[in-house]
Design a protein around this ligand. Structure first.
Ligand code: DOR
Ligand code: ZN
Length: 343
């Protein structure tokens, strides 16, 4: 196959940042995707509908004038989020849910939740209103091996949460393990999972190939090959419970190439090309459209997009930097990608 035309996809997990960095990265996502669910881990975090609406305006202002890209927002849950914010979120068409960051799990998660029980009233309201909970599914217990943090989160937190709130709609974001895949698969249709390009294409060896490779470091961290295979199988299975969420998370080069480098892979400029590569390797290009363009919209109860994008088989070299104000290193920098988004 030389050309592949699909319904324009959406990105259901994206970090766009703010200010000048937002202006630099937002057009890349708008070129690839029709819509995105934008994460609220700014500093300070986006915790209220009013803040989300102001952030949404800044995102729209960062886009080219002719762009029809639609950003949706997720609100950052804290232990002091009031139940009334759930009612407001349920009534706001631009807000698609609340993001649960276990405090300390990742970038700007300090204001997140330490004890899940403390937010049970808020979760109960979300269940009642059908508001989706987007979850960063890792425990932060330093005793737990970093490669086991997703599995242990599922056992300790997620399974009890689902038992207590059986009708809660939730997305286990950036699933990285076979345990995560199994959890999503066995859960009711109210539960889904997003998958990133890096976790579909790479295992943890990529972090240490010939030396330490900070641009492959994200959280949850890449896992071993058996897990990658389970993720790829889930993505290409045709199950409506799995859909595209890049978790593209830009950090300036100096913050990545550091003695204590930040977590995050910046995939926005070539995300769809990377997913196409993963699906092609699994001989499942015919399943890419549903994963990238249908399952997420269906889960969020939004219409599927009507326009299309075309990928061509035209290998190209990914630039070393995605420059302008900030020096950003895209995933795959300096290497070749098989597919190219047209034009
Ligand atoms: O690698 C990551 N980067 N994982 C996250 O959960 C957050 C993100 C970021 O915002 O940089
Ligand atoms: Zn993320």
């Amino acid at each position: 196959m030389q050309r592949l035309t699909l319904t324009r996809p959406d990105d259901w997990h994206l970090h766009l940042r703010d200010g000048e960095l937002l202006r630099q990265v937002a057009p890349a996502s708008a070129r690839q995707f029709a819509r995105a669910l934008v994460m609220p881990n700014l500093s300070p975090p986006v915790t209220t509908v009013d803040q989300a609406l102001a952030y949404r305006r800044r995102i729209l202002d960062a886009l080219p004038a002719d762009s029809d890209f639609i950003p949706f927002l997720s609100l950052y849950l804290t232990e002091s989020t009031p139940v009334s914010e759930v009612t407001r979120a349920a009534a706001c068409p631009h807000v698609l849910g609340f993001k649960l960051y276990p405090a300390g799990a990742t970038t700007h998660s300090e204001a997140g939740v330490r004890t899940l029980e403390r937010i049970y009233p808020v979760i109960e309201a979300m269940e009642r209103h059908g508001v989706v909970l987007q979850i960063h599914g890792e425990v932060t217990d330093p005793e737990i091996d970093i490669f086991d943090r997703e599995k242990v989160f599922i056992e300790r937190e997620l399974i009890p949460l689902c038992r207590r709130f059986p009708a809660l709609r939730l997305v286990l974001e950036h699933v990285t393990t076979r345990d995560g895949v199994q959890f999503v698969r066995e859960a009711p249709a109210t539960v889904a999972g997003t998958l990133t390009p890096q976790h579909l294409l790479y295992n943890r060896n990529a972090l240490f190939a010939g030396g330490i490779r900070p641009h492959y470091y994200c959280l949850p961290v890449l896992k071993r090959e058996t897990h990658r295979q389970a993720l790829l199988q889930a993505a290409t299975s045709g199950s409506p419970k799995f859909f595209l969420g890049t978790d593209s998370a830009p950090h300036p080069r100096a913050a990545k190439e550091s003695a204590c480098g930040c977590a995050g892979c910046f995939s926005a400029p070539l995300a769809l090309e990377l997913y196409a590569e993963a699906f092609e390797r699994a001989d499942a290009l015919d399943r890419l459209e549903a994963f990238a363009s249908f399952h997420g919209a269906d889960f969020y109860g939004l219409p599927r997009n009507r326009d299309t994008v075309t990928l061509e088989r035209a290998p190209w070299r990914v630039p070393e930097t995605f420059g302008a104000e900030f020096d950003l290193v895209p995933l795959r920098a300096g290497e070749t990608v098989t597919w190219r988004l047209h034009p």
